[in-house]
Design a protein around this ligand. Structure first.
Ligand code: M6R
Length: 365
């Protein structure tokens, strides 16, 4: 039931600190500050040459974030594709490779077909799934559960952040197994993960500010989302969330791609949402933002206090998030991105939980 919330989506967004904590509890040994995975994994991270990821929609964006983590923390080369392409690409698979599929429902037709393709080609298949009794959970060699609980809203929110929590823990475990992370580094990263529920609660407090800001979105036809590094998949996720529930056209772009085309769209009407925690690529993103500002673009900046100081730029709105370790930034920044889509849709009067033309689980291709 929805409890005090108007929509399942609102309830599910607000459940995130709790369900992410629950998911992390499953993968983290809190006393020792280490990651804990099932012991009988049918593959050894230390021996892998590469990993392939296939998923759809929001689950695919979780995979895109995870690619940055696995490559940086575990030096494991990652290839990722949307499942509808992966299944037909006839991709050659490395005999020392691992296939990872990600799915909330565990029933998505293209993701399941990708799993079967990999399995039929001799790969070990790992699935990150929210429904433990699903077909994907059953057919994978190992299913790592996300403990988000049932997700009713068609727009995925808590399933996404629980996928990220699981994948972050997995990437840290891979980094340890491959000798990239020391025990001390593992501890530091695990401590950062443990901070998540508190920081996600902080982010949720932006609700009223975002509700107000979202009013101006109802008058717009298009919105551009920009991000770099792990904020790039979040830009894609922000655009998907907005279009799916508010029906406003939105595009997510890697900030560095701005000058390769989308900059032609910038005018004083189109909001540009810039997702930029103060991290190692922050200055690069700011220079893209300056290009938007120089053309009179409307900038909505999502950053932290240090980022806001350093950007020193006129924006239409700057939303200040808590300071976070770069590892966990995607889970914290997911929240304002979801809230913005949600409040825009509510102002527009659309059916937030059951948007037109969409199904919760896409079991046909
Ligand atoms: O159940 P799955 O995670 O496999 O679903 C994948 C996509 O259909 C899903 O994430 C979709 O993009 C959502 N409606 C996004 O909010």
């Amino acid at each position: 039931e929805k409890g005090n919330f108007r929509h399942f989506m609102a309830k599910e967004m607000h459940e995130q600190p709790e369900v992410v904590a629950h998911t992390l509890g499953h993968y983290i040994d809190m006393a020792n500050e280490t990651v804990r995975l099932p012991e009988d994994l049918p593959f050894d991270f230390a021996k892998l040459n590469r990993m392939c990821i296939a998923a759809c929609g929001t689950a695919y964006y979780a995979g895109l974030v995870a690619r940055y983590w696995f490559e940086a923390l575990a030096r494991l080369p990652v290839e990722i594709d949307v499942a509808s392409e992966f299944r037909y690409r006839e991709a050659p698979l490395d005999p020392n490779g691992l296939m990872l599929v990600i799915s909330q429902s565990g029933e998505t037709a293209d993701t399941l077909a990708s799993l079967r393709y990999a399995r039929d080609n001799g790969q070990s298949v790992l699935a990150v799934v929210n429904v433990p009794t699903s077909t994907i959970a059953r057919e994978a060699h190992v299913a790592l559960p996300t403990l988000a609980g049932p997700e009713i809203g068609v727009a995925s929110t808590k399933a996404f952040t629980c996928q990220l929590a699981t994948l972050a823990a997995l990437a840290v475990a891979a980094g340890r197994a491959r000798g990239v992370l020391s025990a001390a580094e593992e501890k530091r990263l695990v401590r950062a993960l443990i901070e998540l529920p508190r920081l996600m609660n902080e982010a949720l407090k932006l609700g009223p500010t975002i509700e107000h800001l979202a009013r101006s979105f109802t008058q717009t036809r298009d919105v551009l989302y920009l991000g770099r590094g792990t904020a790039y998949p979040l830009a894609l996720e922000g655009a998907l969330k907005l279009k799916e529930i508010s029906y406003i056209h939105a595009e997510g772009y890697a900030a560095g791609e701005l000058k390769h085309g989308p900059i032609a769209l910038i005018d004083e009407k189109m909001p540009v949402v810039v997702i930029a925690p103060h991290d190692s690529v922050f200055d690069k993103t700011v220079s893209n933002m300056q290009e938007v500002a120089a053309r009179g673009g409307r900038i909505i900046l999502l950053t932290d206090a240090a980022g806001a100081r350093r950007a020193a730029l006129e924006t239409e709105a700057t939303l200040i998030l808590p300071d976070v370790d770069p590892l966990i930034a995607p889970l914290v920044y997911a929240i304002p991105v979801q809230l913005l889509a949600y409040h825009t849709a509510v102002h527009m009067g659309t059916d937030v939980d059951q948007p037109r033309n969409l199904a919760k689980s896409v079991t046909v291709e």
